[in-house]
Design a protein around this ligand. Structure first.
Ligand code: NDP
Length: 256
C-alpha cells in the first residue's frame, strides 16, 4: 500500500472531544491541509482558542455528544459552511474508574452515554451525508481497553469493547452496501495505549483518579496526543480503495 503522502487530506471533517488531548492534536494536524473542520466539545472557550490558532476554516461549536441534536448540529454546520462531510472522528470520551463493587451507577450511565451513545450519535449525524455522497470516513477512538479488561476499569473497558464491536458491524453493513451500489465509506477504529492527556481528570472516584494520574506521570515514554493524530492522518490518507480497519497504537514500553 502506498500512502498519498504528497496529497495530505483536504476534506471536510468533524472532530468530537476536540477541546483537549487527542482531539485537539487531531485538529492541529488535520487543519494544516483540511478544507474545513467543525470541532465540538462542551468547553467552548478551549475550542475557540484552538480554532483561533488554526485559521478561519476551523469552526468551534459547543457540543455535548450525549445530546443527539448537538451532534446533528455539527454535521449541519459542516454541510452549510463547506458543502460536504468527508470524515468524522468520534473521539470524545471519559474514564469511569473504580471497582464495580462501589456501584457508582451515575458514572456507569455517564460512561455509556458519552463513550458509546456519543459514538452512535456521531455515526447517525455523519452517515446520511456520506451515503448521499457515496464517500466518507468514520474514525472511532476505542482503546487497548477495547481488547482487554483491566481491574477497576470494567465499565470503561465495556464501553471501548462496544466501540470496537459497533465499528466492525458498521464496516460489514457498509461493505455489503458498497458491493451493491458502489459506496466507498471507510470505517477505522483506533486503539490507543497510554497517551499523556487530561483523561485522568474525568475520573470521579478520587483514589482511582490519583492512582491513574500517578501512573500517567511516572510511565516512561507514554504516547503523546500527536502520535494518535498522526495515526488518524495516516488512516485518512490511504488510497480510495484501501480501508485501515483497526490500528492499535501503543508506547513501546507498555506491557498491559
Ligand atoms: P481528554 O480528557 O484530554 O479529552 C477528552 C475529550 O472529550 C475532551 O475534549 C472533552 O471535552 C471531551 N468530552 C468529554 N465528555 C464530553 C461530552 N459529553 N460531550 C462532548 N465532548 C466531551 O482525554 P483524551 O484525549 O485522552 O481522550 C480522547 C479519547 O481517547 C477518549 O475517547 C479516550 O477514551 C481515548 N483514549 C485515551 C487514552 C489515554 O491514555 N489518554 C488511551 C486510549 C483511549 P469537554 O470536557 O470540553 O466536553
Amino acid at each position: 500500500m502506498t500512502q498519498n503522502c504528497d496529497m495530505a487530506w483536504a476534506g471536510v471533517g468533524i472532530i468530537t472531544g476536540a477541546s483537549s488531548g487527542i482531539g485537539a492534536a487531531v485538529v492541529q494536524k488535520l487543519s494544516k491541509s483540511a478544507k474545513g473542520l467543525v470541532i465540538g466539545a462542551r468547553r467552548i472557550d478551549q475550542l475557540e482558542s484552538i480554532a483561533s490558532q488554526c485559521g478561519a476554516h476551523v469552526i468551534p461549536v459547543q457540543c455535548d455528544v450525549t445530546k443527539s441534536e448537538d451532534v446533528l448540529n455539527l454535521a449541519s454546520v459542516a454541510m452549510s459552511e463547506f458543502g460536504s462531510l468527508d470524515a468524522i472522528v468520534n473521539n470524545a470520551g471519559i474514564l469511569p474508574m473504580a471497582s464495580m463493587t462501589r456501584c457508582h451507577l451515575d458514572d456507569w450511565h455517564n460512561a455509556v452515554d458519552v463513550n458509546v451513545k456519543g459514538v452512535l450519535n456521531g455515526i447517525a449525524a455523519a452517515l446520511p451525508h456520506m451515503l448521499e455522497q457515496g464517500t466518507g470516513h468514520i474514525i472511532n477512538i476505542s482503546s487497548t481497553a477495547g481488547r482487554r479488561v483491566f481491574a477497576g476499569a470494567a465499565v470503561y473497558c465495556g464501553t471501548k469493547h462496544a466501540v470496537r464491536a459497533i465499528s466492525e458491524g458498521l464496516q460489514l453493513d457498509l461493505s455489503e452496501r458498497s458491493m451493491k451500489d458502489g459506496n466507498s465509506i471507510k470505517v477505522t477504529t483506533i486503539l490507543p495505549g497510554l497517551v499523556k492527556t487530561d483523561l485522568p481528570s474525568s475520573v470521579t472516584h478520587e483514589p482511582s483518579r490519583v492512582h491513574f494520574q500517578n501512573q500517567m506521570e511516572t510511565f516512561e515514554h507514554p504516547l503523546l496526543p500527536e502520535d494518535i493524530a498522526e495515526s488518524v492522518a495516516f488512516a485518512l490518507n490511504t488510497p480510495a480503495h484501501v480501508e485501515l480497519g483497526e490500528l492499535a497504537v501503543r508506547p513501546t514500553t507498555q506491557n498491559f
